[in-house]
Design a protein around this ligand. Structure first.
Ligand code: C5P
Length: 234
């Protein structure tokens, strides 16, 4: 299994455990990891994570923690105890919060990768201005990614365009986890800026998060195979 193949993460954005498991059972843990986000986790709880792990999948628990340092540290500790492979926090929670999360993750028997969310890709300059953050999103992303790296986080979530900038500023082992991926011909849905898997990797993304391209496919396993093939021939 090539490294890049291992870095394909399927977003299980489903309302129920049954729907998530029906999709997961069509996929191979050798080919993909799975992302459990706020919708599925709120509906189905940690049990769905355990069942997916029992099927052999590594889980990215995408709950984007943002709270006082102690609360975030305890939430990260609970995620690590659940055995997840990756977990994330908002970098805008600040250095003390991220350092507390880092200490909690590192203290685990099997420390998960700890990833920072910089600026949500749904936010444009006017959204930042409303919050009195007078900056272009990319500048804010770079500042928050540096803060995350200084706090010892393992990487950040970013768009492919941001990955091309961040990959020049950080070491290759700083993970750049990139959503907004579509294959040629897919519907964009609500994503504003979309790129193909190969373009995202070329831009510097180390992990690709793919949701609807795979989950809404008539044949999810075939779509995974196509994406893997597109990366292998790139
Ligand atoms: O279906 P689609 O491929 O657009 O799904 C992308 C996934 O990545 C969703 O689970 C979404 O919540 C997540 N995500 C994102 N943009 C971010 C962070 C996470 O699209 N900045």
């Amino acid at each position: 299994m090539a490294d890049r193949d291992a870095n394909l993460i399927v977003a299980l954005d489903f309302p129920t455990s049954d729907a998530a498991l029906e999709l997961a059972r069509q996929l191979n843990p050798e080919d993909v990891r799975l992302k459990v986000g706020k919708q599925l986790f709120t509906a189905a709880g940690p049990d769905v994570v355990r069942v997916l792990q029992d099927l052999g999948f590594d889980i990215f628990l995408d709950l984007k923690f943002h709270d006082i340092p102690n609360t975030v540290a305890e939430a990260v500790r609970a995620a690590a105890a659940l055995g997840v492979w990756m977990v994330n926090v908002h970098a805008s929670g600040g250095s003390r919060m991220m350092q507390a999360a880092r200490e909690a993750a590192s203290a685990a028997a099997r420390p998960p990768l700890l990833i920072g969310v910089t600026v949500l890709t749904s936010m444009a300059r006017e959204d930042l201005a409303e919050l009195h953050w007078d900056a272009e999103p990319i500048d804010r992303v770079c500042e928050l990614a540096s803060l995350a790296a200084s706090a010892g986080l393992d990487g950040v979530v970013c768009s492919a365009a941001e990955a091309s900038v961040l990959s020049r500023q950080h070491s290759p082992d700083f993970s750049l986890v990139t959503p907004g991926i579509r294959q040629q011909g897919d519907a964009a849905g609500d994503q504003r800026r979309i790129v193909t898997p190969l373009d995202a990797v070329a831009a510097g993304a180390t992990h690709l998060v793919v949701g609807r391209s795979i989950t809404a496919s008539q044949n999810p396993a075939a779509t995974v195979a196509q994406i893997r093939a597109s990366l292998a021939t790139g």
